[in-house]
Design a protein around this ligand. Sequence first.
Ligand code: RB5
Length: 143
Amino acid sequence: MIALGCDHGGFEIKQALIRHLEERGLEYKDFGTYTSESCDYPVYGKAVARAVQSGECDRGIIICGTGIGISITANKFKGIRAALCTNTFMAEATRLHNNANILAMGGRVTTIEDAIKIADVFLDTPFSNEERHIRRISMIEED
Ligand code: RB5
């Protein structure tokens, strides 16, 4: 189950991702926002982070104008590793190396076409499970 969330700056990408996930037959839960009206990105970043943190959803995708505010929000939750990606290389690397559980993107940065490619790579790439990456990820949680 994939948790989706965005503010008004990410609304178009979220709607395009919903159509794409439906075409792929992947299950998702849409935490809003549900219109293009101006709204507060922390509301949606928190909702997706909580859904992934609790195990209700396996992965999340969050989008605001830049991807910055919503990823800062999600990364305050223990166990959440939200990665702001602007290309498929970053999406692949963050799955392999960081085992990122939330993908963040910027609706004013990334085209819809690229966002779909980035999301596909993020969803389809497994964690490498390599010892050095496991060690580094556990170091993130140490303090
Ligand atoms: C909203 O105008 C904008 O600040 C928001 O979408 C995001 O870019 C914040 O980081």
